[in-house]
Design a protein around this ligand. Structure first.
Ligand code: NAP
Length: 392
């Protein structure tokens, strides 16, 4: 199998890399009792060739990954489906029942009438008749042009409007009742919008999982504990710090997790790679309550990233050096180093400040409330433009 990697080099997967027994990979129990492998293979290809993820996913299944993280937005569900079909043909898996597949409803398909067709298209492309976990990708219906720059804005973008989200959620629940979805979940939910969702659903309508950005330099411990206290399982993405994300998504202030001195020190002491330190931490942290998504192009990396979910490699003392405990003696290494700002999703009233996406300062329960806010903001903004000095 040959594919291109992030550096546009041709990569050949190494079939001599011995697979890992999938049974040795840890699982977490979701609310309804489903056992979910904690390590999920990521299929977001950034700007690279589409057929790249097909071969990488096939190689991941060969090596023993049984949880595959997909999304309509990655524009490669068919390629992932092809990888699954090939894996069946080659006997890497005997049936798709051996896989745990996560899918995500894209923002552009959140209108109630679009939800069922979106899932049907996803299932068809993946070659499945049901999906193990279906997440809302983002909490609002804002879309952007694929591959756009950080300055891109969609004038129709809106903040979180609970009334709208609940209409989407109800459609997702109908598909769960029909048996097309086994577990429902969210991604990129903040505390306030999760509170609203949990307030308005019954026990069997609650999300089982929230997928969110989590890595050693961006731990989100408080938010993660809140979700956990509500029996939600947290799955982290960009677990390695997404070192090869496109340049347009990199900002000067961001740091690289795998280059952090503590991570490298622990890697040296333990005889494992910095990647494995981060992933083993992700699996062990907070009493082994969550999971991680990681993507890789090389057979040896694909293997080491999975191996990190098979044993407690880091000692409690090493875990503490990364997590910290809020004391001066054990500060940990969290640096609030968010990698996804989400600026392309900003609505006009956010005034270009990406923090508004995450700080719950503009969350609306009803369309009427947002309309009122928008009207007042527009008057204020018009006056601001008319009256303030702009000559500096
Ligand atoms: N829910 C959401 O909104 C959301 C957002 C972002 C991502 N995700 C999911 O999370 C997945 C992971 O995020 P990501 O792919 O951006 O970041 P990531 O998994 O943190 O990083 C992947 C990159 O790390 C490199 N790498 C992998 N294993 C390595 C190792 N052992 N040693 C050194 N380098 C290694 C790979 O380089 P090479 O390419 O050279 O192999 C790859 O480009 C995505 O694929 C997607 O499925 C979800």
């Amino acid at each position: 199998m040959i594919a291109k990697n992030a550096g546009n080099e041709m990569v050949e997967f190494d079939m001599n890399v011995e697979p890992i027994d999938p049974a040795s990979v840890h699982k977490v129990r979701l609310q309804n009792g489903t056992m979910m492998p904690v390590a999920a293979f990521g299929t977001f290809h950034s700007d690279w060739a589409q057929d790249y993820m097909k071969d990488a996913t096939l190689e991941a299944i060969r090596i023993g990954w049984r949880h595959i993280d997909t999304a309509r937005a990655y524009e490669n569900e068919h390629d992932v489906g092809e990888a699954i079909r090939k894996a069946l043909k080659r006997g890497y898996i005997a049936s798709t029942e051996e896989l745990f597949v996560t899918g995500k409803l894209w923002n552009g398909h959140m209108k109630p009438k679009d939800v069922a067709p979106a899932l049907d298209n996803t299932l068809k492309a993946l070659g499945l008749d049901k999906i193990d976990l279906y997440l809302t990708h983002w909490p609002w219906p804002n879309v952007h042009t694929p591959g756009c720059g950080p300055e891109h804005r969609n004038p129709d973008a809106v903040p979180y409007i609970h009334e709208d989200f609940m209409e989407t959620w109800e459609e997702i629940l109908k598909l769960k009742k029909k048996g097309k979805i086994i577990n429902v979940g969210t991604s990129n939910h903040t505390r306030a919008i999760m509170k609203l969702l949990l307030r308005d659903v019954s026990d069997n309508e609650r999300p089982a999982v929230n997928q969110m950005e989590l890595h050693p330099l961006f731990q989100q411990t408080e938010l993660r504990r809140y979700f956990q206290s509500e029996a939600l399982t947290c799955v982290g993405y960009m677990s390695l710090g997404s070192p090869n994300r496109p340049e347009r998504d990199k900002f000067r202030e961001q740091r690289a997790d795998m280059m952090d001195p503590t991570i490298r020190e622990i890697a040296g002491e333990t005889g494992i790679s910095p990647a494995q330190v981060g992933l083993n931490w992700a699996y062990q942290r907070e009493n082994k309550s969550g999971g991680y998504v990681a993507m890789a192009t090389r057979s040896d990396w694909i293997k080491e990233n999975l191996k990190a979910a098979t044993a407690d490699i880091l000692t409690p003392a090493q875990m503490l050096r990364i997590s910290g405990d809020g004391t001066k003696e054990n500060p940990g290494i969290d640096a609030n180093n968010r990698l996804i700002y989400g600026q392309v999703f900003l609505w006009p009233e956010a005034e270009g400040d990406w923090r508004v996406l995450w700080d719950d300062s503009q969350v609306f329960e009803t369309r009427k409330n947002y309309k009122k806010f928008k009207k007042a903001w527009k008057s204020y903004n018009d006056v601001k433009i008319e009256t303030t000095f702009r000559g500096q």
